[in-house]
Design a protein around this ligand. Sequence first.
Ligand code: KIV
Ligand code: ZN
Length: 398
Amino acid sequence: MSEEINLEDDKRVYIFDTTLRDGEQSPGAALKKHEKLQIAKQLAKLNVDIIEAGFPFSSPGDFESVHQIAAEVEGPVITGLCRTTPQDIEATWDAIKIAKKPRIHTFIATSDIHIAAKFKKTREEILNIATDMVALAASKCKDVEFSAEDAGRTDRFYLYKVIEAVIDAGATTVNIPDTVGYTIPEEFGRLIRDIKLHVPNIDKAIISVHCHNDLGMATANSLAGVMNGARQVECTINGIGERAGNAAMEEIVMSLHVRKAYFDGCYTQINTPEFFKTSQMVTELTGMPIQPNKAIVGRNAFAHESGIHQDGFLKGQETYEIMRPQMVGLEKSSLPLGPRSGKAALKAKLQELQLVIPEEAMVDFFEAFKRVADEKKFINDEDIQHLAITFQKTGQPL
Ligand code: KIV
Ligand code: ZN
């Protein structure tokens, strides 16, 4: 196990970033080697605990990219994914062993659906493969993660058996993926709690969660996992990933940060002011835009347009904001002007642009503003300048 991972601190939540592996599995998001390195360096600035740099056996290009990140990126643990085969494990080890803190991450599916359809094997055979391959990985690297793919749909008692066996074989982190985003927060939380209760050697490993967003539950499920004892969360920047994506790191980390007491003091060591920059970099390099209302990093996440909200915000920021924009790397909140904006925000904008409209003319000026706002979707600074200058010249509304 990496010296960084401290089983004694039961409040510390480790952040495992898989933007470069699961995130890159988003259709159309493929990244070039130098782009992956650029993102990995930014993830190190964000202070993530673990970077999953790729899947080395999947292509020579991915092998090289993982190797380069392992050689050049300092700080986080560097891992690569591999199936439970000797060739895969060998390739991952060759790619990452140069890292100061390498980890082998190996996986096999444990649900009956996968065992029957994909492998045409028995549960017993899968259990044996998992333990043999974890033992092989552990003979090379002291930090080994095992993932029970499709754990969310795996028979409970079989899952407990697999987890116990892989920990005995040397796994230091056991990851519980909700691979197809099937579970509901309460149910997923209970699964983690039951793993803690029913796997006798579970205190020798970190429990990790890895949730997909097929039902829009990835963040909620990950947090339910933390509530019930998971201490590693696997996630991606902007929530990119297979199909509907993975849990979004910025949402999980800021939830733990803003609601620390609710989460019983659980914390991460993420450098949150780097979020906005990281999000923009991932958007730009993957070509995957995020919706304006995306939590934490969307264009509108700190924008207030309605008159009541703008007025409240100007009287006290905490009326409509649960965190400061600077906490996630934004310079400030914005009060965009539109048809539902109020006088308070209009006055604030005039002040910002150093435009003077006498108080007694404000009613007329506000009416003129509303007429323009009704016509246009967005009112920008030039519109306000034009409106004010015309108004100042003629003393008449437009
Ligand atoms: O979703 C999943 O199950 C995975 C595993 C390989 C960890 O991505
Ligand atoms: Zn996944």
